[in-house]
Design a protein around this ligand. Structure first.
Ligand code: ADP
Ligand code: MG
Length: 325
């Protein structure tokens, strides 16, 4: 299929006729903004055999790409608006792949209310895809990595480590339902868009990041940006029932590996101690676990580090914080 046929048949429907896309018939897309808003932008890029395998299937590849990009908007507390798509193709890609890719994008679009407004298509031996996503926030109302305060509590949404287990197939002790749960968590992460927006709306936080490289590595990013240390407790971190079962049965796995495993796309955020009850109420309203795992502290030696402690308050040595690019 040539580039123009692909665009016409598979990508144009994803614009839902939105005028920003200009029918995919111009050189540019055109985004209108309200005066009181700021445009938030993030880009993700994935390469075959590094970030995805062809055998995963185009539906999953596309879903994960757009979902993980949406997670960046979630960590800013932004509302998704639009995205543009970089698409590489070669003769080994059949039409089925392209149509499944488009179907994967559509399913995420439908869930998070955004649409495609442009992109570029190239031919290449190596497959790679890229999404640049655009969202909006009210002017000045954005979650940032740099705004944690000394004494703030550290919260994490959802459970940690499932996506890592899904990727690494620690499945021997699990039944089909549990296996599927972990695989779904890997391929279809849930960007915490609602949570990010509510934290801003309710003035509960102005500091967040999403867990893409690993809980420890991403928390360390907040520490370095906010110039604080973080003290967290391993026994406070929430693991799913399936993950707990793997941890019990599989001796090759440690909780520490799950904390540096990455791809969770949960949010880490800070909140003042006085707002603890409000966070509990928000957790109920969103039907999403929001777990306090520790606290930000002034850094005495300016290392801006994460300290992980066991149930007896002993320091756990961390060899690897997360995935490095
Ligand atoms: P140019 O040559 O000016 O870069 P193209 O011919 O590549 O423009 O693209 C024509 C139109 O098709 C543009 O509106 C562009 O945004 C759109 N387009 C091209 N590739 C994609 C894609 N992968 N996804 C969405 N839109 C695309
Ligand atoms: Mg082009």
């Amino acid at each position: 299929m040539n580039e123009f046929k692909i665009i016409e048949k598979y990508f144009k429907p994803l614009t839902k006729g939105d005028k920003a896309a200009q029918n995919l018939a111009d050189d540019v897309a055109r985004i209108s903004l309200k005066k009181s808003e700021e445009l938030i932008v993030s880009k993700d890029m994935i390469v075959e055999n590094v970030h995805f395998l062809r055998k995963d299937g185009a539906f999953k590849i596309a879903s994960k790409l757009l979902r993980s990009n949406l997670s960046d908007l979630a960590s800013a507390g932004a509302t998704p608006l639009y995205y543009v798509l970089g698409f590489s193709k070669n003769s080994s890609l059949d039409e089925k792949f392209i149509s499944e890719f488009a179907r994967g994008l559509k399913s995420v679009q439908d869930e998070f209310c955004l649409c495609l407004i442009g992109g570029d298509t190239v031919s290449s031996n190596q497959l790679f895809f890229s999404v640049t996503i655009f969202g909006s926030v009210k002017k000045g109302k954005i979650l940032s990595r740099a705004l944690a305060k000394n004494g703030d509590l550290i919260f994490v949404s959802g459970s940690i480590g499932d996506a890592f287990l899904g990727l690494n197939s620690h499945f021997t002790s699990l039944n089909n339902k549990e296996k599927n749960y972990l695989l779904e968590r890997h391929f279809f992460p849930t960007p915490r868009i609602k949570l990010g927006k509510k934290l801003l709306e309710k003035n509960l936080s102005n500091c967040a990041t999403d867990v893409s490289d690993g809980l420890l590595a991403d928390l360390r990013h907040i520490c370095q940006s906010s110039k604080l240390d973080a003290e967290i407790y391993q026994n406070k971190i929430l693991f799913s029932a399936a993950a707990k079962k793997v941890l019990e049965k599989d001796t090759s796995l440690s909780a520490l590996k799950m904390l540096s495993g990455g791809d969770d796309y949960e949010l880490i955020f800070s909140a003042a101690k006085k707002d603890l009850k409000k966070i509990v109420a928000l957790s109920k309203a969103l039907q999403l676990d929001l777990t306090c795992i520790g606290e930000f502290k002034k850094s005495s030696n300016k290392t801006f580090e994460v300290t992980l402690r066991d149930e007896k308050n002993r320091k756990i040595k961390i060899e690897k914080f997360g995935y490095e690019h």
